[in-house]
Design a protein around this ligand. Sequence first.
Ligand SMILES: [Mg+2]
Length: 165
Amino acid sequence: MLLKPDIKLRGITDITVELLNKYDIKALLLDVDNTMSTHHGTILTEGLMEWIKKMQDSGIKLMVLSNSKKFRIEPFAARIGLPYISLGCKPLPTGYLRGVRKLKEKRKNVAIVGDQIFTDVLGGNAVGVKTILLTPIKLEDGWSFKVRRKLEKKLYKKYNLTDEV
Ligand SMILES: [Mg+2]
């Protein structure tokens, strides 16, 4: 079940400390595009900064893990005050494993948070971190994204993915 997320939620701010405790998750690797902002966008998801503070106050460690290039991710991560890994090569294991090492947690206590089944979820399940799938903020243009989103739609149905809260 490499394509099935452990948890499905609507948006990042729906992640609560209680939910993370339930799954024994102590640290999060956070995707950027369509998770914390729109695809290549600069506007932060509503309530993001408050959510980050709440997580950190509760001892949840946070790190950005994106496939985008450094010139996009570095300023974004600086803006929200989090460490980052750019060019993460999801769904390959490299970026996840670097993230887990930097977070100093066991894989089973780390979760990837992202909007794409074929990158975020697939790679996360493959390396043995927990996986939290979010509904993309705004669907992208371009044929390759359209194909992927269509396939994702089928998986949403197959796995009966509905929001946990
Ligand atoms: Mg994304």
